[in-house]
Design a protein around this ligand. Structure first.
Ligand code: TXA
Ligand code: MG
Length: 351
């Protein structure tokens, strides 16, 4: 299959609409289209068509028990797929939709088991990216979309990343340039008395508490423990992993830099190609290996935005081992560290 990449270009509204219409036609016929959202690129299919949803699992090599998020473009469309919408969910929707928040509802029968991985619940999100909203509307209102990476690889934050994984497997990629946020949406579940965050994201637990009061964080999200499992099926898989071994170094800045310098030196002396992830502020202090800046500590959003891209860049360069600073920054740090710890298989050196 040939994969066509269609660029969405600011100011060329008529051409953009034609490209979105062509993409929507593919979706309506049961095909797959990758498209930009504000978080990461999604791999879309008609969420109400079981055969189309099944194609997503095939293209990604995704385990079939891992449910998909259904993307909608307006609040009215939620009623057709959610059997019950708690008042607290309505409040969160009012505050954060369209945006990087996914909520879990009991599903209506119109949503096929293929879309929800056999679960009786459905995850729903209204993205804020204008191309995503236009595509959802043109395709009939409901697009099931996981991140558009091969299962297990870092999520794509540019159309080029999607092409690395999906070229030849899907008919079309809508290219909206680099995404704004760079890590996947926050997932909130309402099946218990107190709403629970199943996956941390740009919308933090504190932002949620401000709107609805109490909220918990899934205890299964902590360290790798075999006795507690995360509630979102996707969170249990080794995920976001670069090909190289990733090791995080945590502690006071100066000690972190010294440790990374001596570890990269040792790695290189033993014949390994080593990479270092630092920041605009720290990169000048690293002496060995391929050093990359993930962003600036003065703006934590830049760190989230470049995380997956930097892991893919190191993959392209075939490094064997990557040492990274850790980024428990104030607001979005929890989401960043959740992804980094998984990518590192929880290997952290405390200094
Ligand atoms: O930002 C995002 O959410 C991106 C963009 C494309 O919208 N999508 C995304 O999808 O990250 P995906 O498939 O990579 O992650 C979906 C996560 C998985 O961990 C899955 O297990 C969980 O959501 N999930 C989906 N439906 C669920 C349900 N009914 N109950 C619990 N977890 C669910
Ligand atoms: Mg994913």
């Amino acid at each position: 299959m040939r994969t066509v990449i269609e660029k969405i270009i600011e100011g060329e509204e008529i051409q953009n609409q034609q490209k979105i219409e062509a993409a929507a036609a593919i979706l309506r016929e049961g095909g797959l289209v990758a498209f930009p959202t504000e978080t990461v690129y999604g791999l879309g299919a008609d969420a109400l068509n079981p055969l189309a949803a099944a194609r997503i699992y095939q293209a990604k090599g995704r385990p079939s028990d891992n449910p998909l998020i259904v993307h909608i473009s307006c609040m009215e469309d939620l009623n057709k797929i959610a059997a019950y919408i708690p008042q607290k969910a309505r409040k969160l929707a009012e505050r954060f939709w369209p945006g990087p928040l996914t909520m879990i509802f009991p599903k209506r029968s119109i949503v096929p088991a293929e879309t929800t991985g056999g679960l009786g619940t459905v995850a729903v999100r209204m993205p804020s990216h204008p191309a995503a909203l236009a595509l959802i509307e043109a395709a009939g209102g409901y697009i099931a979309a996981p991140s558009a990476n091969t299962s297990g690889r870092p999520s794509p934050t540019r159309a080029e990343h999607v092409a690395q994984d999906m070229d030849g497997r899907i008919p079309m990629i809508l290219d909206g340039g680099a995404v704004g946020i760079g890590i996947e949406s926050t997932i909130v579940d309402f099946s218990e008395e107190i709403p629970m965050v199943l996956r941390p994201g740009y919308v933090t637990p504190d932002m949620i508490r401000e709107v609805i009061g109490e909220a918990r964080i899934d205890p299964g999200l902590g360290e790798e423990r075999s006795d507690i499992h995360p509630k979102a099926p996707g969170m249990k898989y080794k995920h976001y992993a670069p090909k190289a071994e990733l090791i995080l170094v945590n502690g006071a800045q100066e000690r972190v830099q010294q440790t990374i310098n001596s570890l990269t030196r040792e790695a290189m002396e033993s014949g390994k190609a080593a990479g270092v992830i630092g920041t605009d502020e720290s990169c000048g202090c690293y002496r060995y290996g391929i050093v990359k800046s993930i962003g600036t500590r003065n703006d934590e959003d830049t760190i989230a935005r470049h995380l997956y891209g930097i892991l893919r860049e190191f993959d392209e360069m075939n490094v064997d081992i990557i040492y990274s600073e850790s980024f428990s920054t104030p607001r979005i740090g929890q989401a960043i560290m959740n992804r980094m710890l998984k990518a590192a298989g929880h290997q952290v050196i405390e200094v």
